[in-house]
Design a protein around this ligand. Structure first.
Ligand code: NDP
Length: 328
């Protein structure tokens, strides 16, 4: 059946200005790192993308290597675009990235102009797009001069293949330097994409200050600590969860065990706020960043998570209670 977007899609989601740019992003964005590869049924992936769009999620975050296999998430997304979302292209912000290993040999990863330009062309082809809205350098490259990586980003904008550019996982110092180079080239850095959650707060130690000085927005990845900061593990480790998956080295059952006492205590605070833990964790991250990129394996998770925007405020007592738990 032909897809028609919900008429009410813009009623609940707040849209927040990205740094000192003209662009606004939804408070909650959807990432396609997991659950959009060839190991998932296409219809399940499609339903997640469409229900996100129906809920006002206008921003979809991808990268060259998301799969499995690498590239598959962009191909899946390209299929949904071609079949369902083409009429809505101008209502969408689509991002991609390059930096991690994508193809063999010396030109298949890191930050050379050679790799970045080729990778963007491949991403555009997989998604069936003329341009992406945001293109990121996915990680800093210790060996390539920053000027080369930044001038490749600038060239993409000049060629009309990207509207804005960003950087991901750059340190505070690298971010300041990258921002100065990009400003001099005439293509300001729109956004930084760092990891950020209650369990991963490195950006508070310098990066946030640099971003506000430079007028750069921020969008947090893994704001739910890959599912730890949700109700997923409150009663054990479900067989279909990310922690139980043998192909995911980032969230293991050991990591869940280490954190579960804190997770249960945080869940109590969430309940007292009339929120689920996932909703509270997203609201808390949004105190510091422009948008959060959630991942999901089920439509119901997206539906739960977007309700975070109904209560984004914290009082001092709640913030202190959260700090106490995080310090324990
Ligand atoms: P999250 O921290 O949001 O974790 C998402 C996972 O949490 C889901 O797959 C699901 O796990 C679980 N979950 C989500 N909502 C709920 C809920 N309401 N109840 C129960 N469980 C829930 O983010 P991700 O780790 O998925 O990363 C998000 C995005 O960030 C990526 O898709 C990507 O776009 C970006 N990213 C960027 C990186 C970079 O280097 N720039 C690195 C990593 C991610 P389950 O599968 O168990 O159901």
């Amino acid at each position: 059946m032909n897809y028609k977007a919900s008429e009410t899609r813009y009623q609940a989601m707040p849209y927040r200005r990205v740094g000192r740019s003209g662009l606004k992003l939804p408070a909650i964005s959807l990432g396609l790192w997991h659950n959009f590869g060839e190991n998932r049924a296409y219809e399940a992936s499609r339903n997640m993308v469409l229900s996100a769009f129906d809920a006002g999620i206008t921003h979809f975050d991808l990268a060259n290597n998301y799969g499995p296999p690498p590239g598959a998430a962009e191909s899946t997304f390209g299929r949904v675009l071609a079949k369902d979302l083409k009429p809505y292209r101008d209502e969408m912000i689509i991002s991609s990235k390059a930096g991690w290993e994508m193809w063999p040999g010396p030109y298949g990863e890191w930050g050379s102009r050679k790799y970045l330009m080729a990778s963007l062309d491949q991403s555009l082809q997989r998604m069936g797009l003329d341009y992406v809205d945001i293109f990121y350098s996915h990680r800093p490259d210790p060996d390539t001069p920053l000027e080369e990586t930044m001038s490749a980003l600038d060239a993409m904008v000049r060629q009309g293949k990207a509207l804005y550019v960003g950087i991901s996982s750059y340190s505070a110092e690298q971010t300041r330097e990258a921002s100065h180079i990009l400003k001099a080239l005439g293509t300001p850095c729109l956004i930084h994409q760092p990891s950020y959650s209650m369990f991963d707060r490195w950006i508070e130690d310098g990066l946030c200050d640099v971003l506000s000085e430079e007028g750069i927005g921020s969008i947090a990845f893994c704001p739910l600590a890959q599912g730890l900061l949700t109700s997923r593990y409150l009663n054990g480790i479900p067989a279909d969860s990310r922690a139980a998956a043998s192909d995911n080295p980032f969230l293991t059952t050991d990591k869940v065990e280490l954190r579960i006492a804190q997770v249960k205590a945080l869940n109590q605070i969430a309940q007292s706020r009339g929120q689920t833990l996932a909703q509270m964790a997203l609201a808390w991250a949004l105190l510091k960043v422009t948008s959060v990129i959630i991942g999901a394996s089920q439509v119901t998770q997206i539906q739960e998570n977007i309700l975070a925007v109904q209560n984004l405020a914290f009082d001092e007592a709640e913030l202190q209670a959260i700090e106490l738990i995080l310090k324990a």
